[in-house]
Design a protein around this ligand. Structure first.
Ligand code: NAG
Ligand code: NAG
Ligand code: NAG
Length: 403
Protein backbone atom coordinates (compact mmCIF):
# COMPACT_ATOMS: atom_id res chain seq x y z
CA UNK A 1 0.00 0.00 0.00
CA UNK A 2 2.70 2.42 1.02
CA UNK A 3 4.60 1.38 -2.10
CA UNK A 4 1.62 2.37 -4.26
CA UNK A 5 1.45 5.83 -2.67
CA UNK A 6 5.14 6.39 -3.17
CA UNK A 7 4.79 5.42 -6.81
CA UNK A 8 1.86 7.81 -7.30
CA UNK A 9 3.71 10.65 -5.63
CA UNK A 10 6.73 10.03 -7.80
CA UNK A 11 4.57 10.09 -10.91
CA UNK A 12 3.01 13.41 -9.91
CA UNK A 13 6.41 14.91 -9.11
CA UNK A 14 7.97 13.79 -12.35
CA UNK A 15 5.08 15.08 -14.45
CA UNK A 16 5.42 18.43 -12.65
CA UNK A 17 9.08 18.44 -13.51
CA UNK A 18 8.25 17.81 -17.15
CA UNK A 19 5.79 20.67 -17.26
CA UNK A 20 6.72 22.91 -20.14
CA UNK A 21 6.48 22.64 -23.89
CA UNK A 22 7.76 20.24 -26.44
CA UNK A 23 7.59 20.88 -30.16
CA UNK A 24 8.93 18.60 -32.85
CA UNK A 25 10.19 19.62 -36.30
CA UNK A 26 8.16 16.85 -37.96
CA UNK A 27 4.88 17.44 -36.13
CA UNK A 28 4.28 20.96 -34.89
CA UNK A 29 4.95 23.20 -37.88
CA UNK A 30 2.75 24.17 -40.81
CA UNK A 31 3.17 26.17 -43.97
CA UNK A 32 3.54 28.98 -44.86
CA UNK A 33 5.94 28.91 -41.96
CA UNK A 34 6.90 32.06 -40.05
CA UNK A 35 10.44 32.82 -38.89
CA UNK A 36 10.88 31.86 -35.24
CA UNK A 37 13.28 33.65 -32.88
CA UNK A 38 14.15 32.03 -29.57
CA UNK A 39 16.56 33.51 -27.02
CA UNK A 40 17.80 36.05 -29.57
CA UNK A 41 18.67 33.63 -32.37
CA UNK A 42 16.80 31.64 -35.00
CA UNK A 43 15.01 28.67 -33.43
CA UNK A 44 17.08 25.47 -33.19
CA UNK A 45 16.03 22.01 -32.04
CA UNK A 46 17.25 20.99 -28.60
CA UNK A 47 18.05 17.38 -29.43
CA UNK A 48 18.97 15.08 -32.32
CA UNK A 49 15.36 13.91 -32.71
CA UNK A 50 14.26 17.41 -33.67
CA UNK A 51 12.51 18.21 -30.37
CA UNK A 52 12.41 21.72 -29.02
CA UNK A 53 11.97 21.78 -25.24
CA UNK A 54 10.84 24.99 -23.57
CA UNK A 55 10.15 25.73 -19.93
CA UNK A 56 6.74 27.06 -18.96
CA UNK A 57 6.93 30.85 -19.27
CA UNK A 58 9.70 30.74 -21.88
CA UNK A 59 8.79 32.68 -25.00
CA UNK A 60 9.28 32.58 -28.73
CA UNK A 61 8.88 35.34 -31.32
CA UNK A 62 6.90 34.68 -34.48
CA UNK A 63 7.55 36.86 -37.52
CA UNK A 64 5.84 37.15 -40.92
CA UNK A 65 6.20 39.77 -43.67
CA UNK A 66 2.44 40.28 -43.75
CA UNK A 67 0.11 38.74 -41.19
CA UNK A 68 0.44 35.91 -38.72
CA UNK A 69 -2.64 33.73 -38.96
CA UNK A 70 -4.09 31.64 -36.13
CA UNK A 71 -7.73 30.84 -35.28
CA UNK A 72 -7.44 32.58 -31.89
CA UNK A 73 -6.10 35.99 -32.95
CA UNK A 74 -8.12 39.04 -31.89
CA UNK A 75 -6.02 41.54 -33.88
CA UNK A 76 -3.67 41.49 -36.86
CA UNK A 77 0.05 41.36 -36.23
CA UNK A 78 3.14 40.74 -38.33
CA UNK A 79 5.23 39.95 -35.28
CA UNK A 80 4.21 38.55 -31.91
CA UNK A 81 5.72 36.88 -28.90
CA UNK A 82 4.01 33.86 -27.40
CA UNK A 83 4.73 32.13 -24.12
CA UNK A 84 4.87 28.41 -23.42
CA UNK A 85 1.86 27.27 -21.40
CA UNK A 86 2.17 23.47 -21.63
CA UNK A 87 2.63 20.80 -24.27
CA UNK A 88 2.12 22.51 -27.61
CA UNK A 89 -0.01 25.35 -26.23
CA UNK A 90 1.21 28.94 -26.20
CA UNK A 91 -0.40 32.16 -24.92
CA UNK A 92 -0.40 35.88 -25.50
CA UNK A 93 -3.40 37.42 -23.74
CA UNK A 94 -3.31 40.70 -25.71
CA UNK A 95 -3.37 38.92 -29.06
CA UNK A 96 -5.04 35.52 -28.66
CA UNK A 97 -8.53 35.00 -27.26
CA UNK A 98 -7.37 31.81 -25.52
CA UNK A 99 -4.01 29.99 -25.54
CA UNK A 100 -3.50 28.29 -28.88
CA UNK A 101 -1.92 25.31 -30.55
CA UNK A 102 1.55 26.16 -31.80
CA UNK A 103 1.24 24.40 -35.16
CA UNK A 104 -1.60 26.73 -36.16
CA UNK A 105 0.68 29.80 -36.27
CA UNK A 106 1.24 30.48 -39.94
CA UNK A 107 1.99 33.39 -42.25
CA UNK A 108 -0.39 34.73 -44.88
CA UNK A 109 2.56 34.23 -47.31
CA UNK A 110 6.09 32.81 -46.90
CA UNK A 111 8.47 35.39 -45.42
CA UNK A 112 11.22 36.65 -47.73
CA UNK A 113 14.80 35.70 -47.06
CA UNK A 114 17.51 38.13 -48.09
CA UNK A 115 21.25 38.48 -48.50
CA UNK A 116 23.34 41.08 -46.79
CA UNK A 117 26.72 42.16 -48.13
CA UNK A 118 29.10 42.35 -45.19
CA UNK A 119 32.29 44.31 -44.74
CA UNK A 120 34.08 41.01 -44.03
CA UNK A 121 36.25 39.46 -46.70
CA UNK A 122 37.31 35.90 -47.42
CA UNK A 123 40.01 34.36 -49.62
CA UNK A 124 41.80 36.84 -51.89
CA UNK A 125 39.66 39.83 -50.95
CA UNK A 126 36.36 38.22 -51.98
CA UNK A 127 33.25 39.36 -50.13
CA UNK A 128 31.20 37.56 -47.51
CA UNK A 129 27.44 37.70 -47.94
CA UNK A 130 25.14 36.54 -45.17
CA UNK A 131 21.77 35.04 -46.05
CA UNK A 132 18.93 35.06 -43.57
CA UNK A 133 15.95 37.06 -42.36
CA UNK A 134 15.45 40.56 -41.12
CA UNK A 135 13.16 40.76 -38.11
CA UNK A 136 12.54 44.15 -36.47
CA UNK A 137 15.73 45.60 -37.95
CA UNK A 138 17.88 42.75 -36.69
CA UNK A 139 19.42 40.43 -39.23
CA UNK A 140 19.42 36.71 -38.40
CA UNK A 141 21.83 34.80 -40.66
CA UNK A 142 21.43 31.12 -41.60
CA UNK A 143 24.61 30.76 -43.61
CA UNK A 144 27.26 32.81 -45.33
CA UNK A 145 28.72 32.78 -48.82
CA UNK A 146 32.23 33.77 -49.88
CA UNK A 147 31.44 35.34 -53.23
CA UNK A 148 33.58 36.50 -56.16
CA UNK A 149 31.93 39.70 -57.37
CA UNK A 150 34.14 40.01 -60.44
CA UNK A 151 33.60 36.59 -62.03
CA UNK A 152 30.25 36.15 -60.29
CA UNK A 153 30.50 32.82 -58.54
CA UNK A 154 30.44 31.54 -54.95
CA UNK A 155 33.75 30.13 -53.68
CA UNK A 156 31.86 28.38 -50.88
CA UNK A 157 28.91 28.54 -48.51
CA UNK A 158 29.57 28.00 -44.81
CA UNK A 159 26.95 26.64 -42.39
CA UNK A 160 26.58 24.18 -39.57
CA UNK A 161 25.27 20.61 -39.66
CA UNK A 162 24.27 18.96 -36.42
CA UNK A 163 22.58 15.67 -35.54
CA UNK A 164 19.12 17.32 -35.64
CA UNK A 165 19.53 18.29 -39.31
CA UNK A 166 18.58 14.72 -40.17
CA UNK A 167 15.06 15.61 -39.01
CA UNK A 168 14.51 18.35 -41.56
CA UNK A 169 10.99 19.33 -42.49
CA UNK A 170 9.68 17.70 -45.65
CA UNK A 171 7.23 18.79 -48.34
CA UNK A 172 8.53 22.36 -48.26
CA UNK A 173 7.75 23.97 -51.61
CA UNK A 174 10.73 25.11 -53.68
CA UNK A 175 10.65 28.88 -54.16
CA UNK A 176 12.39 30.46 -57.17
CA UNK A 177 16.05 31.46 -56.82
CA UNK A 178 16.72 35.12 -56.23
CA UNK A 179 19.84 37.25 -56.47
CA UNK A 180 18.90 40.46 -54.62
CA UNK A 181 20.88 42.41 -57.21
CA UNK A 182 24.16 40.66 -56.28
CA UNK A 183 24.79 39.79 -59.94
CA UNK A 184 23.98 43.33 -61.05
CA UNK A 185 26.12 45.38 -58.70
CA UNK A 186 28.42 46.44 -61.52
CA UNK A 187 26.96 45.12 -64.77
CA UNK A 188 23.48 43.86 -65.37
CA UNK A 189 23.96 40.09 -65.42
CA UNK A 190 20.60 38.28 -65.72
CA UNK A 191 21.66 35.12 -63.92
CA UNK A 192 18.19 33.60 -63.70
CA UNK A 193 17.56 33.99 -67.43
CA UNK A 194 21.04 32.66 -68.34
CA UNK A 195 20.29 29.40 -66.57
CA UNK A 196 16.98 28.85 -68.33
CA UNK A 197 17.05 25.83 -70.67
CA UNK A 198 16.89 27.86 -73.87
CA UNK A 199 19.44 30.46 -72.87
CA UNK A 200 22.04 28.05 -71.45
CA UNK A 201 21.89 26.11 -74.70
CA UNK A 202 22.46 29.29 -76.68
CA UNK A 203 25.41 30.29 -74.46
CA UNK A 204 27.07 26.88 -74.65
CA UNK A 205 26.50 26.67 -78.41
CA UNK A 206 28.29 30.01 -78.82
CA UNK A 207 31.32 28.36 -77.20
CA UNK A 208 31.28 24.86 -78.71
CA UNK A 209 29.20 25.17 -81.86
CA UNK A 210 26.70 22.48 -82.95
CA UNK A 211 28.41 20.05 -80.51
CA UNK A 212 26.05 21.57 -77.98
CA UNK A 213 23.55 18.89 -79.04
CA UNK A 214 25.87 16.20 -77.69
CA UNK A 215 26.34 18.01 -74.39
CA UNK A 216 23.01 19.53 -73.47
CA UNK A 217 20.48 16.75 -73.73
CA UNK A 218 17.14 17.79 -72.19
CA UNK A 219 16.02 15.35 -69.52
CA UNK A 220 19.45 13.70 -69.39
CA UNK A 221 22.25 16.26 -68.97
CA UNK A 222 21.65 19.97 -68.62
CA UNK A 223 22.98 22.71 -66.37
CA UNK A 224 20.90 22.92 -63.22
CA UNK A 225 20.91 25.48 -60.46
CA UNK A 226 23.18 23.57 -58.11
CA UNK A 227 22.73 24.40 -54.45
CA UNK A 228 25.88 24.67 -52.33
CA UNK A 229 24.14 24.55 -48.94
CA UNK A 230 21.35 22.09 -49.82
CA UNK A 231 17.70 22.89 -49.26
CA UNK A 232 17.49 20.00 -46.82
CA UNK A 233 20.64 21.05 -44.98
CA UNK A 234 18.31 23.28 -42.95
CA UNK A 235 15.89 21.81 -40.49
CA UNK A 236 13.07 24.37 -40.67
CA UNK A 237 11.12 25.43 -43.74
CA UNK A 238 12.23 29.05 -43.32
CA UNK A 239 15.86 27.86 -43.55
CA UNK A 240 15.21 25.58 -46.52
CA UNK A 241 13.68 28.47 -48.46
CA UNK A 242 16.68 30.69 -47.73
CA UNK A 243 18.98 28.36 -49.70
CA UNK A 244 17.33 29.56 -52.93
CA UNK A 245 19.74 32.41 -53.38
CA UNK A 246 22.24 32.83 -56.23
CA UNK A 247 25.13 33.45 -53.81
CA UNK A 248 24.54 29.80 -52.85
CA UNK A 249 24.27 28.41 -56.38
CA UNK A 250 26.45 27.40 -59.32
CA UNK A 251 25.75 25.67 -62.66
CA UNK A 252 25.88 21.92 -62.06
CA UNK A 253 25.22 19.10 -64.54
CA UNK A 254 21.91 17.43 -63.72
CA UNK A 255 23.36 13.90 -63.66
CA UNK A 256 25.86 14.91 -60.96
CA UNK A 257 23.27 17.04 -59.13
CA UNK A 258 20.80 14.15 -58.84
CA UNK A 259 23.56 11.51 -58.63
CA UNK A 260 26.68 11.46 -56.49
CA UNK A 261 26.27 14.99 -55.21
CA UNK A 262 22.82 14.22 -53.84
CA UNK A 263 24.05 10.92 -52.42
CA UNK A 264 26.86 12.75 -50.65
CA UNK A 265 24.43 15.26 -49.12
CA UNK A 266 22.12 12.52 -47.86
CA UNK A 267 24.93 10.31 -46.57
CA UNK A 268 26.72 13.12 -44.72
CA UNK A 269 23.51 14.19 -43.02
CA UNK A 270 22.78 10.66 -41.85
CA UNK A 271 26.37 10.07 -40.75
CA UNK A 272 26.47 13.28 -38.70
CA UNK A 273 23.23 12.19 -37.05
CA UNK A 274 24.45 8.68 -36.28
CA UNK A 275 27.90 9.82 -35.10
CA UNK A 276 26.55 12.74 -33.05
CA UNK A 277 28.93 15.17 -34.76
CA UNK A 278 28.46 18.90 -34.56
CA UNK A 279 30.07 20.20 -37.72
CA UNK A 280 30.83 23.21 -39.85
CA UNK A 281 30.54 22.54 -43.55
CA UNK A 282 32.14 24.46 -46.38
CA UNK A 283 30.43 23.57 -49.64
CA UNK A 284 32.01 25.19 -52.65
CA UNK A 285 33.25 25.28 -56.20
CA UNK A 286 36.68 25.37 -57.80
CA UNK A 287 38.03 25.68 -61.32
CA UNK A 288 36.20 25.97 -64.63
CA UNK A 289 34.87 23.08 -66.72
CA UNK A 290 35.95 22.63 -70.30
CA UNK A 291 34.29 21.01 -73.29
CA UNK A 292 35.65 20.13 -76.71
CA UNK A 293 34.29 22.44 -79.40
CA UNK A 294 33.49 21.49 -82.99
CA UNK A 295 36.71 23.22 -83.97
CA UNK A 296 38.57 20.75 -81.75
CA UNK A 297 39.48 23.23 -79.01
CA UNK A 298 38.94 22.77 -75.31
CA UNK A 299 36.92 25.79 -74.28
CA UNK A 300 36.19 27.07 -70.79
CA UNK A 301 32.50 27.24 -69.98
CA UNK A 302 31.20 30.61 -68.81
CA UNK A 303 27.59 31.57 -69.21
CA UNK A 304 28.08 35.27 -69.99
CA UNK A 305 30.42 38.14 -70.74
CA UNK A 306 30.13 41.37 -68.79
CA UNK A 307 30.21 44.80 -70.44
CA UNK A 308 34.02 44.79 -70.26
CA UNK A 309 33.98 41.52 -72.21
CA UNK A 310 35.22 39.51 -69.21
CA UNK A 311 33.72 36.04 -68.87
CA UNK A 312 31.44 35.61 -65.81
CA UNK A 313 29.42 32.80 -64.21
CA UNK A 314 31.80 29.86 -64.71
CA UNK A 315 30.55 26.29 -64.87
CA UNK A 316 32.74 24.93 -62.04
CA UNK A 317 35.01 21.97 -62.64
CA UNK A 318 34.78 20.81 -59.03
CA UNK A 319 32.14 20.89 -56.32
CA UNK A 320 33.38 20.04 -52.84
CA UNK A 321 32.27 19.65 -49.23
CA UNK A 322 34.73 20.05 -46.41
CA UNK A 323 33.24 18.73 -43.18
CA UNK A 324 34.89 19.94 -39.97
CA UNK A 325 34.19 18.97 -36.36
CA UNK A 326 35.67 21.82 -34.28
CA UNK A 327 35.48 19.99 -30.94
CA UNK A 328 37.31 16.91 -32.26
CA UNK A 329 39.50 19.03 -34.57
CA UNK A 330 38.88 16.50 -37.31
CA UNK A 331 37.91 17.08 -40.91
CA UNK A 332 37.55 15.52 -44.35
CA UNK A 333 37.14 16.85 -47.89
CA UNK A 334 34.80 15.29 -50.49
CA UNK A 335 35.20 16.35 -54.10
CA UNK A 336 33.19 15.69 -57.26
CA UNK A 337 33.95 16.49 -60.88
CA UNK A 338 31.26 18.51 -62.62
CA UNK A 339 31.73 17.23 -66.14
CA UNK A 340 29.95 14.12 -67.40
CA UNK A 341 31.92 14.11 -70.66
CA UNK A 342 35.24 12.86 -69.33
CA UNK A 343 36.54 9.29 -69.45
CA UNK A 344 37.56 7.78 -66.13
CA UNK A 345 41.19 8.16 -67.22
CA UNK A 346 40.74 11.87 -67.92
CA UNK A 347 38.91 12.29 -64.62
CA UNK A 348 41.62 10.51 -62.61
CA UNK A 349 44.15 13.04 -63.90
CA UNK A 350 41.98 15.69 -62.24
CA UNK A 351 42.05 13.96 -58.82
CA UNK A 352 44.33 16.39 -57.00
CA UNK A 353 44.92 14.52 -53.78
CA UNK A 354 45.39 10.99 -52.48
CA UNK A 355 41.92 9.44 -52.71
CA UNK A 356 41.01 7.98 -49.32
CA UNK A 357 37.48 7.00 -50.28
CA UNK A 358 37.86 4.73 -53.27
CA UNK A 359 37.34 1.12 -52.23
CA UNK A 360 38.06 2.12 -48.67
CA UNK A 361 36.40 0.79 -45.56
CA UNK A 362 37.27 4.11 -43.92
CA UNK A 363 34.05 5.61 -45.20
CA UNK A 364 31.70 2.62 -45.38
CA UNK A 365 28.73 4.95 -44.75
CA UNK A 366 29.25 6.62 -48.12
CA UNK A 367 27.10 5.06 -50.86
CA UNK A 368 28.09 7.12 -53.89
CA UNK A 369 29.24 5.59 -57.21
CA UNK A 370 32.67 7.22 -57.62
CA UNK A 371 33.40 5.79 -61.09
CA UNK A 372 30.21 6.96 -62.78
CA UNK A 373 30.64 9.68 -65.39
CA UNK A 374 26.90 10.33 -65.49
CA UNK A 375 26.62 10.70 -61.70
CA UNK A 376 29.94 12.58 -61.43
CA UNK A 377 33.38 11.18 -60.62
CA UNK A 378 34.22 11.63 -56.94
CA UNK A 379 37.07 11.28 -54.48
CA UNK A 380 37.96 12.38 -50.95
CA UNK A 381 41.06 13.46 -49.08
CA UNK A 382 42.49 14.99 -45.95
CA UNK A 383 41.82 18.67 -45.45
CA UNK A 384 45.55 19.35 -45.52
CA UNK A 385 45.93 17.65 -48.90
CA UNK A 386 42.83 19.44 -50.22
CA UNK A 387 44.22 22.84 -49.22
CA UNK A 388 47.30 22.31 -51.38
CA UNK A 389 45.09 22.70 -54.45
CA UNK A 390 42.07 24.64 -53.22
CA UNK A 391 43.33 27.57 -51.15
CA UNK A 392 39.90 29.08 -50.43
CA UNK A 393 39.06 28.01 -46.89
CA UNK A 394 39.86 30.11 -43.84
CA UNK A 395 42.42 28.59 -41.46
CA UNK A 396 41.22 26.07 -38.86
CA UNK A 397 43.17 23.44 -37.00
CA UNK A 398 42.74 19.85 -38.15
CA UNK A 399 44.55 17.07 -36.32
CA UNK A 400 42.87 14.04 -37.89
CA UNK A 401 40.52 12.58 -40.45
CA UNK A 402 36.80 12.79 -39.62
CA UNK A 403 35.49 9.34 -40.43
C1 NAG B 1 31.41 46.29 -40.33
O1 NAG B 1 30.03 46.08 -40.16
C2 NAG B 1 29.66 45.99 -38.81
C3 NAG B 1 28.20 45.55 -38.77
O2 NAG B 1 27.48 46.04 -39.84
C4 NAG B 1 29.92 47.32 -38.11
O3 NAG B 1 29.52 47.24 -36.76
C5 NAG B 1 31.39 47.62 -38.21
O4 NAG B 1 31.65 48.90 -37.67
C6 NAG B 1 31.85 47.59 -39.66
N1 NAG B 1 33.31 47.69 -39.69
C7 NAG B 1 33.95 48.45 -40.56
C8 NAG B 1 35.44 48.42 -40.48
O5 NAG B 1 33.39 49.12 -41.39
C1 NAG C 1 25.99 14.34 -28.51
O1 NAG C 1 26.92 15.40 -28.38
C2 NAG C 1 26.53 16.43 -27.52
C3 NAG C 1 27.59 17.50 -27.53
O2 NAG C 1 27.88 17.91 -28.83
C4 NAG C 1 26.30 15.88 -26.12
O3 NAG C 1 25.82 16.92 -25.27
C5 NAG C 1 25.31 14.74 -26.15
O4 NAG C 1 25.21 14.17 -24.88
C6 NAG C 1 25.73 13.69 -27.17
N1 NAG C 1 24.66 12.71 -27.29
C7 NAG C 1 24.88 11.41 -27.28
C8 NAG C 1 23.69 10.53 -27.45
O5 NAG C 1 26.01 10.95 -27.16
C1 NAG D 1 42.05 5.15 -44.15
O1 NAG D 1 42.41 6.31 -43.44
C2 NAG D 1 43.73 6.35 -42.97
C3 NAG D 1 43.92 7.62 -42.17
O2 NAG D 1 43.10 7.58 -41.05
C4 NAG D 1 44.70 6.28 -44.14
O3 NAG D 1 46.03 6.26 -43.67
C5 NAG D 1 44.41 5.05 -44.97
O4 NAG D 1 45.21 5.05 -46.12
C6 NAG D 1 42.95 4.99 -45.36
N1 NAG D 1 42.68 3.72 -46.01
C7 NAG D 1 42.43 3.64 -47.30
C8 NAG D 1 42.22 2.26 -47.82
O5 NAG D 1 42.33 4.60 -48.01
Amino acid sequence: MLHKWVLMLMTVLSSRKERGCRLNTKIDFREPQPVFIHHGTLLEPTDAAGNIFMAQGDSITISCDHFITHPHTINLRTIATVTCEAGDTFRNDAWLSTPGQFSLFRCSSPPNHMSQRTNRTCYDGNVIYEVGYKVQNNFYPLYESCFNERELYPLYSKYSQKPYNYNFQTRVKRPIFKDDGVYSREFDVPVDWLLSPKEQRRRVSELVGPAVDRYIVPGLQELSRGHLAAKTDFVFAFGERATFHYVNCAPQWTGFNAGNWNTLEVDIRRHIHESNYSTIIYTGTFGVSQLLSDAGDLVYLYLYKDSNNNPVIPVPLYFYKVVYEPKLKKGIAFVGINNPYLTIGEARKLFFCQDLCHGSYNVSWLSWHPDSSREGYTFCCTVEDFRKTVPYLPPFKVTGLLL
